[in-house]
Design a protein around this ligand. Structure first.
Ligand SMILES: Nc1ncnc2c1ncn2[C@@H]1O[C@H](COP(=O)(O)OP(=O)(O)OP(=O)(O)O)[C@@H](O)[C@H]1O
Length: 599
């Protein structure tokens, strides 16, 4: 079972949540005031009931009875109205708070560096931003304010009862310690089971998110049945966790009913006994301290009224508890200090695009060096091709240039300044990165290109598309540039998606291009389009390309051969080919010679 971390009253956490109510202070106070008012108005009904029996029914005062009934109806309507406004305002308060909190969480998540996402399942983050946040809304809607209201009501009832007849009150309250004990046991049990439910919800989300995203892999390998079995396990755990928490409820509620019945039984027994003994003394109604039928009716109403909030109190404490657990998890995400530091201030009007790697050492995990002492220079407008076997460190080299990951030693310079001296957003907008795995959003082609940047006009988009030679294929799509791309570009071919990502890079008109050439095979026509597009992209820009095409490699000003994070060879295509038994020569022979292209 998951570790129980949340406390119902973690004041630090609560005050952090309450800070989010600041813009809604008026609603908060209004809701709190209505809650108090509701408790006060609720107390009036039993008192009026007593009055109607003792003062009017027993004395045959019909007009008085009518008047008091009208008063009771008026109060009931008032109570209903207050209840309506109270429920509405606490709910809207909760929803407003979580809307703001969700914006903060989304903002924070999008600023986190990739390292965080390397080890955090996406489904978990979705659970945090959706359902964990919902539990915080309940702090307001069903937790905090109504707990205060319920407590006030219980205290009010006990005081009213004590004032009316303290002996009868004490007898009625005899089973209350039992009630507290049952509530405590229930609260503790449900706390753990709720935590487990939340964990299972996150597991279910993670499983579904991954398996729906990776549906093609499952279907390619006909793994549906096996994955279904795994899903059944996750789903069963989710069900079991929910059943366990429901089981506690199904025990708790009957227990409360029994205790409430005990209270009522004691009340009726003792009240009736007192009435009988008072009657024997023939002093009924003569002494205001005597027990009257009206008093017993009022006590019965009070007792029922008292047990309802007590019974719900355990539940509400748990709602509060769940809200606290949710808040704890959300604030943990918000407190994750894994954003890329943005202390740089440089934002020059113009950069030339000169890049220097100086003795760069880099590891994703401490001391597990992925790049070892890498140094190279790319002059403005030049193209550097990175080649090397899989896992050699090519992608890592481009990932550290735009600070997706931070290097451990050495420095990377742009126009002679360490990249950390530049404002992060400025740095990233100077470098267009085109990666193999093109990600397209469920949006129009035009928005996928401009990424909803209003500064990029439709004409710029069309011009860029024409430049990379993709205009015709886009125009032929239904709706042209407004064609709605389905999730992850599933309705486009791999080549088309590549071309879209080129246009995306081109409209931002960056000084530097970082390109991981796609290895996916496309038809000859698209291949030609892509080759041309790549040359268009590279021309006039400093480019670092993870090259898989011979045409790109041959036209590069310099080629660097990486092997296990080290530079093994460096030079032009012709220079490297001359090295007998060299890495490049071997790679070339293996990869390209079969293509029959002349050296
Ligand atoms: N996010 C990551 N966390 C930890 N290690 C990683 C991460 N990404 C890559 N690595 C490791 O770093 C090393 C270099 O990987 P990198 O992706 O840079 O190689 P590559 O040359 O681009 O390979 P490929 O041609 O297959 O894309 C590999 O050993 C890889 O396992």
């Amino acid at each position: 079972m998951a570790e129980v971390t949340g406390k119902a009253f973690d004041f630090n956490l609560l005050s952090r949540v309450l800070k989010y109510t600041k813009p809604y202070r008026a609603t908060f106070l209004w809701a709190a005031m209505l809650t108090v008012l509701l408790s006060v108005v609720s107390l009036a009904q039993p008192l009026l009931m007593q009055l109607s029996v003792d003062k009017y029914i027993l004395t045959n005062d019909y007009q008085g009875l009518i008047n008091i009934c009208i008063l009771m109806v008026v109060l009931l309507v008032l109570q209903t109205l207050i209840q309506y406004y109270q429920t509405f305002s606490t709910n809207s308060l909760g929803q407003s708070v979580i809307r703001d909190l969700r914006v903060d969480v989304f903002n924070h998540i999008t600023a986190l560096r990739l390292k965080y996402f390397d080890r955090t399942p996406i489904g978990m983050l979705i659970t945090r931003t959706v359902s964990d946040l919902e539990t915080i809304a309940d702090i307001f809607a069903e937790g905090l304010i109504s707990i205060i209201g319920d407590m006030l009501l219980v205290v009010g009832i006990v005081i009213a009862m004590l004032l009316m007849d303290w002996k009868l009150t004490l007898v009625t309250l005899i089973p209350i310690p039992l009630m507290f004990l049952a509530t405590y046991i229930f609260k503790e049990a449900i706390k753990a089971s709720f935590q487990e439910v939340r964990t299972q919800v996150a597991q279910l989300n993670t499983f579904l998110q991954e398996h729906i995203s990776g549906i093609s892999v499952i279907q390619y390998f006909a793994r549906e049945k096996q994955e279904m079995e795994k899903f059944k396990v996750v789903n069963r755990k989710h069900r079991d966790a929910n059943i366990r928490s429901n089981w506690y409820y199904s025990i708790f509620f009957p227990v409360v009913e029994i205790i409430a019945a005990m209270s009522l039984g004691l009340l009726v027994w003792y009240g009736a006994k007192r009435i009988i003994s008072d009657q024997q003394l023939a002093v009924i109604s003569a002494d205001p301290k005597n027990v009257t039928p009206g008093l017993i009716m009022a006590f019965i109403a009070f007792t029922n009224m008292m047990f309802r909030p007590i019974r719900q109190l355990a539940d509400k404490f748990n709602t509060l508890q769940m809200g606290m657990v949710g808040a704890d998890r959300i604030f943990k995400v918000l407190d994750t200090d894994e954003t890329t530091r943005n202390d740089g201030t440089l934002k020059p009007a113009n950069i030339s695009g000169k890049i220097d790697f100086e003795n760069v050492w880099f590891a994703y995990n401490e001391e597990n060096w992925v790049l070892k002492d890498i140094s190279f220079e790319v002059k403005p407008g030049e193209t550097l091709a990175l080649v090397g076997a899989t896992g050699a460190g090519k992608s890592s080299t481009i990932n550290i240039l735009n600070r997706f990951y931070e290097i451990n030693q050495g420095s990377i310079k742009l126009d002679g300044h360490d990249i950390r001296e530049f404002d992060l957003a400025f740095l990233r907008t100077q470098i267009a990165t085109v990666i193999q795995d093109v990600f397209l959003f469920s949006d129009s082609i035009a928005n996928n290109i401009s990424l909803n940047n209003p500064a990029i006009s439709r004409q710029q988009i069309i011009d860029a598309a024409k430049e990379v030679g993709a205009h015709d294929f886009i125009e032929n799509l239904p709706g042209g540039y407004d064609y709605q791309v389905m999730e992850r570009g599933s309705t486009l071919s791999a080549g088309q998606a590549q071309l879209i990502s080129f246009i995306r890079a081109l409209v931002y008109n960056p000084k530097i291009l970082v390109l991981d050439e796609a290895t996916s095979s496309v038809d000859t026509e698209t291949e030609l389009l892509i080759q041309n597009a790549i040359f268009k992209l590279m021309s006039g820009r400093t480019s670092i390309v993870i090259a898989h095409r011979l045409s790109t490699i041959q036209s590069a000003d310099r080629i660097i051969v990486l092997d296990h994070g080290e530079i093994k060879e460096s030079g032009s295509h012709q220079e490297l080919l001359k090295i007998e038994h060299g890495y490049y020569r071997r790679l070339y022979d293996l990869q390209f010679n079969s293509e029959g292209i002349s050296r």
